[in-house]
Design a protein around this ligand. Structure first.
Ligand SMILES: *Cc1c(COP(=O)(O)O)cnc(C)c1O
Length: 368
């Protein structure tokens, strides 16, 4: 059997992509907000049902520059059960991350704990829609209003989702998306920010181009985070197939659930009421004492059969050696517990049912 990777990038037909980039050989316009960039931006606004979207080289720069655009100082409340990018974006802005624990069912910010972490130094909340599970947006909104805090969602896992019929991009002051090759929707690499305040949008537009404001004015210390035309063209093509791809993922998710639901010692991802999911990942939480094998054993057993699973997210960001023991991981015990037991299984649109069955069989062989 060929190796089964944990993800497989969605791609349009080669002819479709070639047709999309053909006119670039006439225009010679390759980057710096060209026609493909504009078209992709417009189509994203329409698809996501939001007014304002700007494009970036990747999801990380989207988050990092959004924090910069808001001119924040002090503490940002976030969670450690996320990709390195979320915490790094805070630290690289000279801000102090304050780690809130996660909910054991959705793995998103535990809002019962959130308010206790607010101090007079808190300036913003940066929650993560983990695996596409939507955060408790109402409670986060309530606390943010009460203490006048900005809310920036790391929505890198949540592209294409709706909550109570509303686009996931419509919550908070801004929501940041990743279009990395490994995500539900890709533009090879890429990112986007949905934002409410047009003034933030204007600053973001400058920041992604070195802070250049006009031909003879540089008004901010920006970076280079512009999406190029080849990436925008890939995004335009993949956007035509996003609904079909999410539907295929839904079927894969259903197959996994039919095989693994109700197994003693295995916790599956919660199905959230009123969320139109994108089926981004298929995580399982393995409780060794009840299941009979550890996460590491299952990971190794799958690997031996050529199947790649991923310990995602492990380790927690508040344990990274980069931070030299600065944060106390015991303050986020649920996140620690989950990170030691979670395994995300292969999940992509074209994963076939026989392979899902094989994966489940290997896992269940280790059940006590
Ligand atoms: C992928 C990801 C990012 C970073 O996005 P890139 O496009 O890879 O820079 C940030 N946060 C989360 C939760 C992610 O999964």
């Amino acid at each position: 059997m060929n190796n089964i990777w944990v993800t497989r990038s969605s791609m349009p037909g080669l002819d479709e992509y070639v047709n999309e980039i053909r006119d670039m050989w006439d225009s010679h316009w390759l980057t710096n907000m060209g026609p493909k960039h504009k078209q992709f931006q417009t189509e994203l606004c329409r698809y996501m049902g939001v007014e304002n979207v700007d494009l970036f080289t990747n999801g990380h720069m989207a988050i990092e520059l959004t924090l910069q655009a808001m001119n924040l100082q002090g503490e940002v409340i976030t969670t450690p059960f996320t990709f390195a990018s979320t915490t790094h974006a805070i630290v690289r802005n000279g801000l102090e991350p304050v780690f809130c624990d996660i909910d054991p069912e959705t793995f998103t910010m535990e809002t019962n704990m959130l308010e206790k972490l607010v101090t007079d130094k808190t300036c913003a909340i940066l929650p993560v829609h983990v695996y596409g599970n939507i955060c408790n947006v109402e409670e986060i909104e309530r606390i943010a209003r009460k203490y006048e805090l900005k809310v920036i969602y790391d929505a890198c896992h949540a592209f294409g989702e709706k909550y109570r019929g509303e686009s996931v991009g419509s919550f908070g002051d801004a929501s940041c998306f990743s279009f990395h090759a490994t995500k539900v929707f890709n533009s090879i690499e890429g990112g986007a920010v949905c934002f409410k305040d047009k003034r933030i949008g204007d600053i973001l537009y400058d920041l992604k181009n070195f802070g250049i404001h006009g031909p003879e004015e540089v008004s901010a210390v920006g970076a280079n985070a512009k999406m190029n035309e080849f990436c925008a063209a890939m995004g335009i093509c993949n956007l035509r197939h996003i609904e079909a791809n999410i539907e295929k993922r839904r079927i894969v998710d259903g197959r996994y659930r039919s095989r693994l639901e109700g197994v003693e010692g295995l916790q599956l991802n919660a199905i959230q009421a009123e969320v139109q999911s994108n089926y981004a990942y298929f995580p399982i939480i393995i409780e060794e004492d009840r299941f009979g094998a550890s996460r590491e054993e299952v990971f190794d057993a799958l690997k031996k059969e050529g199947i790649c699973s991923r310990k995602y997210f492990y380790p927690l960001t508040n344990t990274f050696s980069a931070f030299h023991g600065k944060y106390n991981v015991m303050e986020t015990p649920v996140a620690l517990h989950i990170s030691k037991r979670v395994l995300t299984l292969p999940m992509y649109a074209d994963l076939d049912m026989e392979t899902v069955d094989t994966i489940c069989k290997i896992i269940l062989k280790h059940k006590r």
